[in-house]
Design a protein around this ligand. Sequence first.
Ligand code: NAP
Ligand code: GDD
Length: 354
Amino acid sequence: MSSKAKRALITGVTGQDGSYLSELLISKGYEVHGIVRRSSSFNTSRIDNIRGDVRDPRAKLLLHYGDVTDSANLSAIMHRVQPDEVYNLAAQSHVRVSFDMPVYTVDSVAFGAIKVLESVREAQQSLGKQIRFYQASSSEMFGKVMEVPQKETTPFYPRSPYGVSKVFAHWATVNYRESYGLHASCGILFNHESPRRGETFVTRKITRAVGRIKLGMQDKLFLGNLDAQRDWGFAGDYVEAMWLMLQRAEADDYVISTGKMISVREFCRLCFERVGLDYQKYVATDPRYFRPAEVEQLLGDCTKAKQKLGWTPRTSVEMLAHMMVDADLELAKREKTLRDAGHAVESEEREHHH
Ligand code: NAP
Ligand code: GDD
């Protein structure tokens, strides 16, 4: 590790965005540190290809056990790593689950953010170096939208414990910027997806099912509200915007989106069509997946990011759907091969016993 390399610390490094951001920062020559939760099973599959051993001088991604609900641990890590940039991506990030776990969602999303902010403020003071901060704000804060499209000045109207918590974290970040002069920026990111998306978010749930249905491993796909509309982009494009925000002389808040919105139904059509199937034959609704309060539509206007950051989305929703379906078809093929091999071994064993 070069002592001149910039150091970044990422909370939520094991998640979708954490993995893409790590890759981006490493490609830019950063030494990347990530906070990982202790878990009884492995939770680092998205970063296993890039992580290194702390004793390896060539290691570019170093992991620290921690949790954003634990202030003492955050403070210790901040002092150990002495980062130049901190990206706060950790969250219980599933909107439907936030209705089942409102208190934990507030703990990780709202209190977690303020605990990270406090540890940054304290470390910056005691280490005598500037630490730039990124907060993962969300289009979910617009909720029951007050104008279309949504931009940085659109009032918030959150519709879930998750959205409410993100509004708190967002304003806490603005407040630390204004109160303490912290270089703290919020990226108000609209939905962004990838082949690494968690399997219970709707896009990935659809593309996983398309792969399995195409290979005859699944018959039906049960979804909730098919009429919800989202502005879906590619996670790989969106993490670049996070980095760009922290390279600006002034900290600020930016909407990151594609400017195009389609329905869940339309996303299904795109994905099933990719493998030559008609979604209407396979998709059914199950009220289990409805939400107590729904965000019906989200559409972003990222003019400010285009003008000030020089950022622009490069992946259309059609390209995104195809990328995800292609990856999940390959995954389903590997699963099928394993399953068939398992069956072959089983029947061989049966023959042997009889
Ligand atoms: P994700 O895949 O769900 O990843 C969340 C990450 O946070 C995981 O690494 C998870 O660890 C970690 N985490 C959860 N609770 C934690 C805790 N108490 N302490 C430490 N780490 C914790 O989410 P994502 O899609 O990458 O999103 C990244 C961030 O952007 C989140 O804050 C999300 O709310 C926000 N956001 C996402 C989108 C989107 O469309 N993807 C849009 C706007 C904003 P485990 O792996 O151990 O679970
Ligand atoms: N998850 C899920 N599962 N959603 C479904 C389903 C289903 O079976 N059927 C329909 N939907 C609808 C949801 O009701 C919602 O309107 C839409 O599909 C998108 O749901 P998700 O993919 O779960 O994402 P989200 O928009 O609720 O939240 C995501 O985007 C936010 C940014 O706007 C998450 O990544 C949040 O963390 C992020 O902040």
